[in-house]
Design a protein around this ligand. Structure first.
Ligand code: PLP
Length: 447
């Protein structure tokens, strides 16, 4: 543990950050961690403490930290041409466009490169409305699609309260959240009933008024809700039956996170539009994409696209994407995500035997969560997403950090989403840290 900064320097960084900058989402009375550098799955704080990044920062640094191959690619692109008009093109734009068409499900072809996930979703929704001439968008009750004015109300996350009622024409469909389903239906029966409810909503709303069904195939920051097998295929079938577009938001679930290129691949589903960001560049440089089917691409030859931002198709972002996508393949990271996902869940299930606060363990690939409950029988959440943060939540966060883990804790969900380059030894270390930290959560249960 070698400190890169003195305690005085660290205090000064915190003080000046707080004096001259604002933090997003919530109150300003936080004490931020001062980080200095990072490598692989580890983040090093300025005081020298090493942490396992158990959340890949924002479930986004998929290839791991500090990869000089991406840094070199970015530097080379900066030296060549730092920025190009979105109406010009570059070799890297052509190459990444072609590569994205190859790795996305069949039928998807044309990328509209954006800066992040929210604007990719904005472009997807606006284009769906443009090509169908319809307004309504069906969204999951639990989901998150970004924080811009248009898509924030489309999430089910309470963060939407800030801007409601928003742009309107949003209709909510039920979630395939089996753990919280009432009754004793099997996954298969539950899936059928969710799809039947969804079909009824489509019919009562009027299919001719609905532009798209817009979903995360696996809801991420609202609970890593892994749907029963057949749910996404069922949604695709409903969209086909009623002539509605299917948009999959793979901003968090995509680009290797689930052990396949995309979560949609687990069901062999091709959406009409897919969005991505985060893992596309592994967050080294901001870049997102809305990828349209060939049919929509053809339709757009005769209609004017009504979206665009100054920095779209940024060559530096695209250079980071080209290097990152090559690393997933050369380093076998998607296969590792699947393999390490099984290993990690085994460890999480073993923890569940010892810790009454763990109500459910679920995930796919390295996209996992522990759902923490007050009581396993009633499944009452230990911490809620909607209420004020409880003392226990803060204590658990502190205990995770004290045990060497930077983890994502939202409401009752403790995310287990490390970089895809993680090894079994590093997972063992993370499980050990969780084991110690969860003692705090257990104290808040009824057990
Ligand atoms: N969609 C999903 C599923 C996300 O998880 C996120 C961010 O976490 C977004 C969209 C928004 O992406 P961004 O914050 O890059 O705009």
């Amino acid at each position: 543990m070698t400190a890169t900064h003195t305690p005085e320097q660290i205090a000064s960084i915190v003080d000046r950050t707080k004096e001259f900058t604002l933090f997003e989402w919530g109150h300003q009375n936080i004490t931020p961690l001062v980080v200095d550098h990072a490598k692989g799955v580890h983040v090093y704080a300025a005081d020298g403490t090493r942490y396992i990044d158990f959340n890949s920062v924002a479930v986004s640094v998929n290839i791991g930290h500090g990869d000089t191959r991406v840094a070199d690619a970015v530097a080379a692109q900066l030296a060549k041409i730092e920025f190009a008009s979105p109406f010009w093109t570059t070799e890297v734009r052509a190459e990444v466009g072609e590569k994205v068409a190859q790795i996305t499900p069949p039928g998807l072809k044309k990328s509209f490169f954006t800066l992040a996930g929210a604007d990719a979703n904005e472009a997807a929704i606006r284009t769906a409305r443009l090509v169908t001439g319809r307004r309504k968008i069906l969204v999951r009750r639990r989901g998150y699609h970004g924080a811009t004015q248009g898509v924030l109300p489309m999430g089910g996350d309470p963060r939407r309260w800030a801007v409601e009622p928003g742009v309107g024409d949003i209709v909510r469909i039920p979630d395939p959240y089996h753990y919280r389903a009432l009754g004793t239906a099997t996954e298969e029966e539950f899936c059928r009933s969710v799809l039947a409810d969804t079909e009824e909503i489509i019919r009562l709303e009027g299919p001719h008024t609905i532009a798209a069904v817009f979903v995360e195939p696996v809801t991420g920051s609202n609970g890593v809700i892994v749907p029963p097998q057949g749910w996404l295929r069922g949604l695709r079938a409903l969209c086909d039956r009623y002539g509605i577009l299917l948009i999959c938001d793979e901003v968090m679930s995509g680009v290797g996170r689930t052990g396949r290129w995309f979560a949609s691949d687990h069901e062999g589903v091709s959406p009409d539009i897919m969005t991505m960001a985060k893992g596309l560049t592994s967050s080294y440089v901001p870049l997102g994409a809305a990828v349209f089917s060939e049919a929509i691409g053809d339709a757009l030859q005769d209609i004017e696209i009504n979206a665009g931002l100054t920095y779209q198709s940024h060559p530096v972002g695209l250079a980071a994407a080209r290097a990152t996508l090559a690393i997933y393949e050369s380093d076998g990271l998607i296969e590792n995500s699947e393999k390490m996902g099984h290993y990690l869940r085994q460890g999480l299930h073993e923890l569940a035997e010892r810790h009454p606060s763990i109500g459910d363990v679920r995930g796919v690939g390295l996209f996992n969560t522990l759902e923490l409950v007050h009581d396993r029988d009633t499944k009452v959440e230990l911490f809620t997403l909607t209420g004020p943060n409880s003392a226990g939540q803060g204590e658990l966060g502190a205990a995770l950090k004290a045990n060497g883990l930077l983890a994502g804790l939202r409401g009752p969900w403790l995310m287990a989403c490390p970089p895809l380059c993680i090894t079994t030894t590093e997972i063992d270390a993370a499980i050990e840290g969780l084991d110690a930290a969860l003692e705090v959560a257990d104290r808040y249960t009824s057990a």
